[in-house]
Design a protein around this ligand. Structure first.
Ligand code: GCU
Length: 418
C-alpha cells in the first residue's frame, strides 16, 4: 500500500522577547561563575520573574535562546513533512495491534528520510496516547517481525552489525528494551525511529540532516535529533489513530537527553520521560550529586558533536553557564516530566538529578502545577508520580521492562489511555 500525505507541519514562530534579543549574549569568558544553580525565575538581565505570563512571554523564550546559544546550537524551523505509507499490518502482535511503517521526508529537500514504526493498540475506544522514542539500532530491532525494513543507515558496531550496517541477525534484539507489547496491552501506541536517520552518532563524520538546511543554523547532533522528534510529531498529530494531546516523549541516555530537549522546545509533547539521561540532559552541569558522575569536560571530549562549539568553553568552569539543566526541565512546565534512573548508574548522576527537580519546582508552582511532590528521593523501586516525577530502580544503565512499568504508571497518572 502506498499513499502520500502532505502535512502542513506548521512553522514554529518562537518570538523572543528578553534582555538579549536574537541570542546576542556575551562571550562565555565574560559570564560570572556561580557555584549555585542559577535561579530559573531570574531573567538574564537580573530582573525577577513573578508571574506566569512573564514566565511564558519572557523567561521561557529567553532560556530557549540561551540553550541554543551556549549549548545545543539553533535548529531551522519545520519544513513540510511528507508521509509515505510503506506497509500497514492490522494483525500485528497476534491481532492486538496495527503496525504502520511510514517514511517521512521533507518537501523540497532531497535528503534524509525518517523511517517511522508506529504500533497502535486495536482495542480502544478513541485515539490512543502515544510514546514517541528514538532508538539506538533501527526499528527492526524493536520487535520480532521479519517484515520490518532493516534500517539502511550507518549503525553502531554490535552483535549482528556488519561493517556498521544492520543484518537480519539484529531483528528483535531490542525487543526487551522497547517492551512494545506492554504498552499496547495498557492502551498506548508506540512510535519509534532511529537516531542515525537524522544524524549518525559519529564524532569524526558529520553527514546528517544539518547540511540540507544552510549555514544559518549551528545545530549540534542532539539538537538535530530533538528536531527529529518534532518532525515525527508533525506526522503523529495528523494520524487519526493518535490522540495529539497525549504525546509522551521518551528516550534512553543520549536519546533521553534528546527527549528532554525536544520536550522543552516542543509544547505539543504532553509528558517527557528522559531515562538515565545524565550529563547534558537531566543531570547538572555544575559539579554536584554523585562524585563519579560524567562532567561537562568529559562529555564534550568524548562526544564533541553532541553540543555546539561554545559549550566547550565551559569545560573547565561549568559554573559560568548562565543556566543549568533544571532550566531545561522547567521549560516543560506545567507538563509532567519523569526522571528515571538506576542505582548503579551513578555516571548519570541520579542524586544530582533530584536536586534539579527541587530547583525546577518553583517554576512549576508559578505556572499552577503541583510540581515535585516530595523533598527527598523516593525509595528505590517506588515511583514518585507528581508532575515533576522521579523513579529509581535497582540495577544498571539500560532501559527494561521494569522501567516501562514505571513509564506506563506515570503516563496513566497524567494522560491515561481511554
Ligand atoms: C556514555 C555517555 C553518556 C550517555 C551514554 C549513553 O556513557 O558518557 O553521556 O548518556 O553514553 O548514551 O548510553
Amino acid at each position: 500500500m502506498s499513499r502520500f500525505t502532505l502535512l502542513n507541519a506548521g512553522v514554529f514562530i518562537m518570538a523572543f522577547i528578553g534582555s538579549a534579543a536574537g541570542g546576542d549574549f556575551p562571550d562565555s569568558a565574560k559570564l560570572p561563575a556561580k557555584a549555585d544553580l542559577p535561579d530559573p525565575l531570574v531573567l538574564f538581565n537580573g530582573n525577577a520573574v513573578t508571574t506566569k505570563e512573564q514566565w511564558f512571554k519572557e523567561r521561557r523564550p529567553e532560556l530557549k535562546k540561551l540553550f541554543e546559544h551556549y549549548m545545543f546550537g539553533a535548529s531551522p524551523p519545520a519544513p513540510k513533512v511528507i508521509a509515505k505509507f510503506e506497509r500497514i499490518d492490522k494483525n500485528a502482535l497476534g491481532g492486538k495491534a496495527t503496525l504502520k511503517e511510514i517514511t517521512l521526508t521533507f518537501a523540497g529537500i532531497d535528503g534524509p528520510k525518517i523511517h517511522l514504526l508506529l504500533v497502535v493498540p486495536n482495542k480502544r475506544t478513541g485515539p490512543a496516547p502515544v510514546f514517541v522514542g528514538m532508538n539506538f539500532a533501527g526499528n527492526h530491532t524493536a520487535l520480532d517481525d521479519p517484515k520490518i525494513q532493516l534500517n539502511p543507515n550507518w549503525m553502531y558496531a554490535g552483535k549482528g552489525v556488519k561493517d556498521n550496517h544492520a543484518t537480519e541477525a539484529t531483528r528483535g534484539t531490542q525487543k526487551n528494551v522497547w517492551n512494545i507489547e506492554d504498552a499496547i496491552d495498557r492502551g498506548y501506541a508506540v512510535a519509534t525511529f532511529y537516531s542515525g536517520d537524522i544524524d549518525a552518532d559519529r564524532k569524526d563524520v558529520r553527514d546528517g540532516v544539518q547540511k540540507y538546511f544552510g549555514k544559518d543554523y549551528d545545530w549540534s547532533t542532539i539538537a538535530a535529533w530533538a528536531w527529529g522528534y518534532s518532525r515525527v510529531i508533525d506526522y503523529l498529530v495528523t494520524d487519526p489513530d493518535i490522540d495529539a494531546t497525549k504525546i509522551i516523549a521518551v528516550g534512553h541516555s543520549r536519546n533521553g537527553k534528546t527527549a528532554l530537549l525536544a520536550g522543552a522546545f516542543d509544547e505539543r509533547i504532553a509528558v517527557v520521560i528522559p531515562h538515565q539521561a545524565g550529563c547534558g540532559g537531566s543531570a547538572p552541569s555544575r559539579r554536584r550529586g554523585e562524585k563519579n558522575a560524567e562532567s561537562v569536560k568529559r562529555i564534550n571530549t568524548t562526544f564533541p558533536h553532541w553540543f555546539n562549539a561554545r559549550f566547550k568553553e565551559f569545560n573547565e568552569e561549568p559554573d559560568r553557564l548562565p543556566f543549568d539543566q533544571h532550566c531545561l526541565i522547567a521549560m516543560c512546565a506545567p507538563r509532567p516530566v519523569l526522571l528515571s534512573n538506576a542505582v548503579e548508574d551513578t555516571w548519570a548522576n541520579p542524586t544530582g538529578q533530584f536536586e534539579l527537580l527541587l530547583a525546577a519546582d518553583p517554576v512549576y508552582r508559578l505556572v499552577g502545577s503541583k510540581g515535585l511532590g516530595a523533598k527527598k528521593m523516593p525509595e528505590v523501586g517506588k515511583l514518585l508520580a507528581s508532575p515533576l516525577g522521579f523513579f529509581m530502580r535497582e540495577g544498571k544503565h539500560s532501559m527494561n521492562r521494569q522501567d516501562w512499568a514505571a513509564f506506563l504508571d506515570f503516563a496513566d497518572k497524567h494522560v491515561k489511555a481511554k
